[in-house]
Design a protein around this ligand. Structure first.
Ligand SMILES: [Zn+2]
Length: 1003
């Protein structure tokens, strides 16, 4: 009863919140003519702008987005440059723009200017402010130079035209103010609702698809005739061989035709024109109203094979989205084959453009997704730039549901990777998102769903904004049940169709209809990167009552509900119960049933949990057991539900002392990564005739408050260290380094920031034929990093200390050091090539230094090297060396002083040193040649000395560096006397850094 009262109360609140609502109205009349010889549009636009807001407007923002394509300075150009596409260097014929603008309001010229930062936004000062309830009419001619279709969404490839975001259009003014936004590739739109009356003039033989209802009976007959012809000849069209007959553009007719499209209650107008288009026409009956509407597919002959059943995809998409959200309100749905868009697809009201698809199934999913945007973008017109999940994410939730409904047994993801040959078992369409999200979350590379579109990394834009939103709304649906979930979505659709809903509106409606508080979803899961992990603790039979009690615990940082099911031997769900979202621990009571074989949290994987290995408990007569069968697989695969997957990989290594090493790695680096990771690789050393190798195990956890993540682990290494080529090769080291890495970066920081605090402990034994040394140490490192488009910075403050002991001579040694490293990287452009200049500043001071009388002293193991650490100075065993028994090999790590020179001029300090290293990437191809210069001062024990050198080198990423010094200071000796030893090699390779490297790539 209480629940019911609450329910009605909330419904009343929804109504109330809605009563204040207002939005602006824009009614357009556009005449446009396509010149397909010069690829230009000549147009006249007039729109009536009705101010429904309570504010008086004294200015207006107008988007003139073709100017995004004008030069290398637009926001679009800047964003594309980050993706490696440069507008500044592109052939100007391929650029675009809008010109001939002459704005008049109510017939009088106005003063207007471009936005100071964005030439694709115009600011108009109104001579007479526009009072609430008043209307103005704005007019202007315009000429659009259509850019190359390879740049972004507006464009042409040859005479195939994709005319989108093409006309002057007011920015949205809503209760949060004006929303002037520059056009972007990553980051979508926000537009005012209104009506369109658009007349398009093109040569007569063009086939056109557009927003709106076509008004010309002769053109309707023209489209119908192509549709009949396409239907009759589809096999013949599919069989056409590639070449002129199929692919080239027929010449344009000398006669023109003017097509008129009219539409109300839409917020944009796009059109597509291609003389080669084939057409299929269909119709679909809507589930609620029973109304029939027309569906169109326009495609080029080259893509006819995949497109032959496109009408089915459009119809089914339209039907299911209508069923789950509300009936489609317009009279037609069109999908066009946009041979010019770079993969994927793009949505506009009533019409969507689809890029090349590799299979019919892929095409179907893209068509359904883009058609689905008619609901989540077209009809529910949210601010996509700011709250992209409200369209892309909600749409992905429907797309996932569509594939699961129509193809319940699909294995889309398994089939996709190497034709299903890898051990990716039974992974379906939904798992694409599930694995992608969990992969990034475990690497700590995810961002909150509620992030501005432009602040997402490109991986997170897809994995978080689209996929994670899809996953969490599937979670909500499994919690509420389909019926109640659908009621929520229908109510949201009814209340906000043709309006501008915000996240708070959606939350209010869904909470109101469901009668549940959903902070765990709209707060934790959307606003933060908090993670989900639920655990089943115990299941107990209560004999006298014939029931089971099942205890579950919320181990994650999201206060969400847990769904627990009882299952029979075949895995069929018998009963499901949900906990109260806010309870940390819950006890659920299930009906007794002899068929119960196990209890499981979320057996269908609807909850995007990071750790699913604690989700099941088996009922084994009186005994309850948690256990999963193990499965050993070669190389790599996915982590399957109900199984513990273990992978094995053959290993081979080589170094100076061990010679060849052969072994096997056993690990759990499957997809997605698990919070607990292990990699154990024992290898047989043919040089030492014994075992060595590496092992590492780590666990990452994600606390609810304070820090972003904490990774604890231990790394173990053991390799030979004997430098004597004829010796017994019995010497080796064994190093165990437990570590703790705390990620302090805050959730709201945009991409490109890092803030890590790392503690590393060292327990190392070096065993020689007649001696043994022990070294225990600690390294504390704080790193901050900020990556901007043209500039990046990394700062590092480090303390390290080691206490050593030599058994034979019974002597202690030690050192303690503080150091600071700062790196600045600036991008520069030379002859159209982007290259970096990097400055590195390093300073170190030994707080304590006592090398004893052993050869540690002689070899400078604890000294500050001006050159970086050679094998012998890698005390913490952090890198791999061909020869770690030496300070005079060619291989160095680019740490400490970092001088790029080989070993014959070894320089070290026992006190302090400071260096500057400059590296310039040369503007030649390929991008691997650098010029470098190093300068440093240090205390060499006698006094302060200065060194410099400069030369040329080759850099392969961060991994390999080969350097050839050409000049050096006199006090470094004669460079050319034995030049071979002056060449320096840097190798920074660590397989355990691979996940970390991946995550930085993805950031
Ligand atoms: Zn989309």
């Amino acid at each position: 009863m209480l629940k019911k009262i609450l329910f009605f109360l909330l419904i009343a609140l929804i109504g109330n919140a809605n009563a204040q609502y207002w939005q602006q109205q824009v009614d357009y009349r556009i005449d446009v003519k396509l010149d397909d010889k010069t690829h230009r549009l000549y147009g006249e636009i007039a729109f009536d702008y009705l101010n429904n807001s309570p504010s008086t407007l004294d200015s207006m923002y107008i988007h003139v987005w073709p100017n995004a394509y004008k030069n290398g300075k637009s926001a679009l150009a800047e964003q594309l440059e980050g993706e490696g596409k440069k507008l500044s260097t592109i052939d100007t014929a391929k650029l675009g723009g809008i010109s001939a603008l002459d704005f008049k309001i109510n017939g009088s010229a106005v003063s207007w200017s471009f936005h100071p930062d964005h030439e694709d936004i115009v600011l108009i000062k109104l001579a007479q402010p526009l009072a609430p309830g008043k209307q103005l009419t704005l007019t202007t001619p315009f000429i659009v130079k259509i850019p190359s279709g390879s740049i972004s969404r507006l464009g042409h490839i040859g005479q195939s035209y994709q005319i989108t975001q093409w006309y002057p259009k007011p920015a949205v003014f809503d209760h949060k103010g004006w929303h002037p936004i520059p056009y972007l590739n990553q980051g979508e739109f926000y537009s005012e609702y209104g009506s369109f009356d658009v007349s398009i003039t093109v040569p007569k033989n063009y086939v056109v698809g557009a927003t709106g209802e076509l008004q010309n009976p002769t053109e309707v007959a023209f489209m119908d005739s192509i549709a009949t012809d396409t239907k009759n000849r589809i096999t013949e069209i599919i069989a056409l061989p590639s070449g002129n007959l199929r692919d080239s553009f027929p010449s344009s007719a000398a006669d023109w035709k003017t097509l008129r499209y009219i539409q109300d209650k839409v917020h944009d107008f796009a059109w597509f024109a291609d003389k080669r288009y084939k057409v299929l026409k269909g119709s679909v009956k809507l589930p609620e109203s029973g109304r029939n509407l027309t569906t169109w597919a326009l495609f080029t002959p080259a893509n006819a094979l995949n497109w032959q059943n496109a009408i089915e995809y459009i119809n089914d998409g339209t039907y299911y989205y209508s069923k789950w959200n509300g009936d489609y309100p317009y009279s037609a749905v069109t999908a066009v084959d946009g041979t010019i868009s770079a993969g994927g697809g793009m949505e506009y009201p009533m019409i969507t453009v689809i890029g090349n698809a590799s299979s019919a199934r892929e095409l179907e999913v893209v068509i359904v997704h883009e058609v689905g945007h008619n609901w989540f973008y077209g009809i529910l017109g949210s601010n996509e730039r700011q709250h992209g999940w409200m369209d892309e994410g909600m749409n992905t939730a429907n797309e996932m549901r569509y594939v699961a409904t129509k193809y319940p047994d699909n294995q889309d993801l398994s089939d996709m990777v190497l034709g299903g040959k890898l051990h990716l078992n039974d992974l379906d369409h939904h798992d694409m998102g599930d694995i992608f999200y969990r992969f990034l979350a475990v690497l700590d590379a995810d961002q909150p769903i509620e992030t501005h579109s432009a602040d997402f990394s490109s991986a997170n834009y897809g994995a978080i904004m689209y996929q994670k939103t899809g996953l969490i709304f599937q979670y909500l649906r499994s919690y509420l049940g389909d019926e109640l979930y659908d009621q929520c979505m229908h109510r949201y659709y009814d209340l906000y169709q043709f309006k501008h809903p915000y996240p708070e509106d959606m939350q209010r409606v869904v909470e109101g209809v469901s009668g549940r508080k959903l902070d765990w979803l709209f707060g934790d899961l959307i606003q933060t990167t908090n993670i989900i992990d639920y655990k089943i603790k115990k299941a107990q039979r209560v004999e006298p009552l014939n029931t089971f009690t099942v205890k579950v615990k919320n181990k994650g940082s999201v206060a969400g509900p847990i769904g627990v099911s009882s299952l029979d031997k075949a895995g069929v769900i018998l009963e499901t119960q949900w906990t109260n979202p806010t309870d940390k621990r819950s006890t659920l009571i299930f009906k007794g049933n002899p068929a119960i074989n196990e209890f499981a949290i979320d057996p269908n994987g609807n909850i995007p949990e990071l750790n699913r290995s604690n989700n099941r408990i088996l009922v084994n007569k009186a005994l309850f057991k948690k256990l999963e069968p193990r499965k050993l697989e070669f190389m790599f695969g996915d982590h399957e539900a109900n199984k513990t997957n273990v992978f094995w990989t053959p290993m081979m290594a080589f170094n100076h002392s061990d010679r060849t090493m052969l072994g096997v790695a056993v690990h759990n680096f499957g997809l997605p990564f698990k919070p607990v990771q292990y990699f154990i690789a024992p290898m047989f050393s043919f040089g030492r005739k014994t075992l060595g190798g590496v092992a590492e195990i780590s666990k990452t956890c994600f606390p609810a408050n304070g820090v972003r993540s904490i990774k604890t682990g231990i790394s173990i290494k053991s390799f030979g260290i004997d430098d004597d080529p004829n010796g017994q090769r019995q010497s080796f080291y064994f190093a165990a380094t437990p570590y703790l890495k705390i990620n302090l970066v805050s959730d709201t920081r945009p991409k490109g920031y890092a803030n890590d605090l790392t503690f590393k402990w060292l327990f190392r034994r070096d065993i020689f034929s007649n001696d043994m040394s022990m070294e225990n140490g600690l390294k504390v490192n704080h790193t901050i990093q900020s990556n901007k488009k043209n500039f990046s910075y990394q700062g590092q403050l480090q303390f390290e200390g080691v206490l050593g002991f030599h058994d034979e001579i019974f002597e202690f040694e030690n050192y303690a050091r503080v150091s600071v490293t700062q790196e600045f990287k600036v991008k520069y452009l030379d002859r159209k090539k982007t290259r970096n200049i990097k400055f590195r500043l390093y300073g170190a001071y030994n707080l304590a230094y006592n090398p004893g009388s052993s050869y540690y002293n002689v070899m400078g193991r604890y000294s500050i090297s001006m050159f970086g650490s050679a094998g012998y100075q890698d005390v913490f065993a952090e890198n791999y060396f061909f020869n770690r028994a030496t300070v005079s090999g060619a291989q160095y790590t680019d740490d400490m002083g970092g001088f790029r020179t080989g070993s014959n001029n070894l320089r070290m300090s026992n006190y302090w040193a400071s260096t500057v290293n400059a590296t310039v990437q040369l503007p030649i191809q390929p991008n691997m040649f650098v010029a470098f210069a190093d300068f440093g001062v240090y205390d060499n024990g006698v006094g302060v000395a200065a060194l410099y050198n400069a030369g040329l080198g080759i850099n392969l990423g961060d991994i390999v560096g080969v350097y050839f010094p050409l000049v050096q200071s006199v006090n470094m000796g004669d460079l050319y006397q034995n030049y071979k030893t002056s060449i320096r090699l840097t190798l920074r390779f660590n397989p355990f850094n691979l996940p970390y490297k991946l995550s930085t790539l993805l950031k």
